[in-house]
Write a protein that binds this ligand. Sequence first.
Ligand SMILES: [Fe+2]
Length: 306
Amino acid sequence: MAETAARTDVGLDHMWKDIIDLGLQPYIEHLDTNGYTVIPPEIANPNGLTERMLEACLDISERRNGERPDLMHGKIRSGGSPIGDAMKAILLEDSVFEEALMNPALLAVSTYLCGYDVVLSSLSSTMKGPGETLFRLHTDTRLPSPLPTQALLCKCIYALTDFDRENGSTAFVPGSHKWGRNPVDNETVIGEGASYKAVPAEAPAGSLIIFHGSTWHGAYNRAAPGLRASVHLLMVRSILRVTEDFYKRIPEEVLARNPARFAILTQQGVVPAYLDKEDERAKVMSAMKYTSAFERESGIALPVIR
Ligand SMILES: [Fe+2]
């Protein structure tokens, strides 16, 4: 009798169960077809998560800038930038951002796109005021074309205030994640003179927008008064270089109060570049402590650490 390979549970059954239990199938279908999806507040906003994040973001802005942003009438400090004013590295500023990362809907879709060892590359907040300039189309997969059609990364955006065309929403070119390349020259234009038609993400406050790393996107200028507020999580496959360094920077108490997956998501299961064989061994042992804990807790096998 032929020898059969040992069965390893790589988690696909778990992943589909989560997607079905959360009622995410229509949003996965939209994502597959269009390269982005908008998950509504009734799924994406458990226990008033986004309302609490908004308060936390206003608090952080006040601490950092000495002034609390005025959502109704405020302008941004950077004076009409199409991107807005980004507050970087806020994960550890308030425990609500741990919840934002562990939100089941965010994890189910990020896992669908990038696998169970997906890690958080950055967590930041953006406030964007009125302006004239549109944010040109680009992809977030910072590689030269051709781009992989399988996602290497995905961006998750919590709408803390309403997102639509007037409010300066994110703009997407539906289906562009399948083209496997970055826009060039005139193709980066949104609106008049555009080569491809972009559409605004219509997302009431409390929604979660998620898009594939190869989807062409940009943003409309905000025409309405006041500020658009959002929280952005960039999720990447664990082998990629990250933009924010969480390795060995998460306090033990934060790791202890979260499921084992939190440590995987915050890069503790990654082996960074080593200096020599001894250093490699120490880094592999450290990573294995976290990957083993996750595997025990979930019954899901992660890729073997090398
Ligand atoms: Fe982007």
